[in-house]
Write a protein that binds this ligand. Structure first.
Ligand code: ZN
Length: 210
């Protein structure tokens, strides 16, 4: 039985009555994957980093993709294994992309709020965006901060703090849904010094900077 058929059966308790194919591709970001269906054909594409990963874990990934494709909620042991694999990925990822300005910001935030205990991720200046001020990609263990914050240390540290919280908290799963900004997260976010004031400054900055 193919991995896809087995994954489907594990989820829905019946056979997948469609033709299916699993392919590896070098055209993803690290550990990327997607699935599509066209008529009676289902294809699942995995980034080539997935190739050496054990079938148990890959099965969980395929099940997550199938749940998106065919809808539904389910939790399986394989999905749990997949999620803990993803959460540990950062350990093996090389930290070879560290912007010096962001490193200073990260160190300030890490020392002040996390006792210096957060392991440094990759730190990159992102495009000049004001809709995405920062983001954390747990598959590449990279925090990206918009270049518009380069000249404002306080706001940069504030956005950095938000992203470090993402790295620290990873994500919570409930069924097939993933929650990032939980109430626990928002509470922690408010621990930033003068958070309300800084949040307001950020709003003004975004309104008038351009
Ligand atoms: Zn966020």
């Amino acid at each position: 039985m193919s991995l896809i058929s087995e994954a489907f059966k594990g989820l829905y308790g019946r056979e997948l009555e469609l033709e299916s194919k699993l392919r590896y591709s070098g055209r993803f970001k690290p550990y990327g994957a997607n699935a599509f269906r066209s008529g009676s054909y289902v294809e699942i594409r995995l980034g080539r980093e997935w190739k050496p990963v054990s079938d148990d874990i890959k099965m969980g990934l395929v099940q997550e993709l199938l749940l998106k494709l065919f809808k539904g909620k389910a939790n399986t042991d394989n999905i749990d294994m997949y999620n803990s694999f993803i959460k540990k990925l950062h350990i093996a990822i090389p930290k070879d992309n560290v912007d010096p300005l962001l490193r200073e910001s990260f160190d300030r935030v890490n020392d002040k709020y996390f006792f210096g205990l957060v392991e440094m991720p990759n730190l990159m200046i992102g495009p000049r965006s004001r809709s995405t001020l920062g983001n954390y990609n747990f598959k590449t263990d990279t925090i990206k901060i918009s270049s518009i914050l380069k000249k404002n240390q306080e706001l940069m540290d504030y956005v950095m703090y938000h992203e470090v919280l993402h790295k620290k908290n990873k994500f919570n799963k409930s069924g097939s849904k993933t929650y990032y900004h939980t109430s626990k997260f928002r509470n922690e976010e408010r621990q930033f010094e003068n958070q309300e004031e800084v949040e307001n400054k950020l709003k003004w900055f975004l309104r008038f900077k351009f």
